[in-house]
Design a protein around this ligand. Sequence first.
Ligand code: NAD
Length: 497
Amino acid sequence: MSGFDGKNFIGGEWRPAASGRRFDQRNPAFLHEVTGTFADSAAADVDAAITAAQAAFPAWRALAPPKRKAHLDKALREMAAQRDEIAAVITRENGKALREARGEVDSAIKEMDYQIAEGMRLCGQTVPVEVDGTLAYSTREPLGPVALVTPWNFPFNVPCRKATPALMGGNTVVLKPASLTPRAGLLFAELLAESGLPPGVVNCVTGAGGSVGAALVGDARIKAVSFTGSTPVGKSIQLAAARNLTPTQLELGGKNPAIVLPDADLELAVAEIVKGAFACSGQWCTSTSRVIVLEEIADELTERLVAAARGLAVRDGTAEDCGMGPVCGAKQKADVLGWIAKGRAEGAHLLTGGAALDGEDYDHGCFIAPTVFDRVTPAMAIAREEIFGPVLTILRAATIDEAVALINRLPFGNAAAIYTRSGGSARAFADRVNVGMVGINIGVPVPREPFSFGGWNQSRFGAGDITGDDGIRFWTKLRKVTARWPEDAGAGVPGWH
Ligand code: NAD
């Protein structure tokens, strides 16, 4: 891992921002510790990166997929070799427990392997047609230079998840990583660069979303945008891309519920809900943030959830016994505390947590106690809005119908879980709940390949899925060819009569 401090990766070179401006990033567990200094880029740097990606496109698209694969395989091997070092970078920038950071790199490796293989199947079709001597066939073609705009909660996996199918599809890439976690994105770009990719095939520009991200997605030379982040920013990206009719793929926010029925295995339900609510300090788009429990078991479940939340060791992510790390940065901490204050003001019952942690281990970081609110009502903002922090809200329902209605009334549609021993209840839930990813006795139902990750409604928008066997399709377009050969075809060619 090398000296990219203060620089972007553009056209195969590490370059400072044209303005010379830089910004510092800090470890959320120890805010006095600067994790790196990064290029504070602007439109001129984005322009240079798109120009480089455009220049590199003709040669990269002409390279046969097996040759593209050779580069990506090399990067993948290096990623596996550097797994622990990459995980340490993620923990320093994002704060998540090292165990979770290693899991993130492992997922990136697994998904990259799958997507490289998918990229070897860039198949078109041939079809019979009614006219004699006529052949109709299609080929899959790349789009051109494309933009990837990524969040800080999976700062390594999301860039990898987007770049691999884009590159295997023959596109060139400009990546804009989140400003809170630029090193993880730059590291990914560096791994690709060191695999010998031609200059300009991968570019990475750091800086603020409102300047770098907006300039990137609004540029007419960009032929597709893949974004993962919040729903409001996703909407603004969709508007900007629409001006150039640029296709988008938007993976957005969520407010993920878990229903617990009276026949559930409560031990399993509590373990899964606590993991879903507090892993990565509740900063997954699939984090469980609402429990909807039927009245008859509400008190028992609530008691158990509170005990489990209190039992989590909140620590710096590198600590062996870290059960939950800090939230990702001072602004995130202030935002989450703001939501907690709002919950109290709305009249929800705070059962545990509800404050920043203080004391020697916590004073220099962004630590918030795992928080549980009970007696939350559907109208409260903490029941409706994505908090993106270690805050679990509990709502009570009289019937399963009421619980499902509570889920379906929100505009989000990422993930939902049910805890029950009844196959009939589980199937009815899966049929009726208006979300893209359903878990049955599983809190965070990330789909397994070949299924694709992705929610519905305001949690996801755009053509083409992001992972699984659909991942590659978004990054290519079909050319349809209808061919008729003259009757004297072959004439004049030795051996043909
Ligand atoms: P964010 O929307 O604030 O930022 C995401 C990225 O967009 C960052 O790189 C940011 O710099 C950039 N950006 C910000 N404003 C921009 C603009 N005007 N134009 C272009 N780019 C801009 O999100 P975040 O805080 O980094 O991440 C948290 C959010 O991401 C949560 O809402 C979470 O649910 C969501 N998320 C969704 C998924 C999913 O797959 N559905 C996965 C992870 C995170």
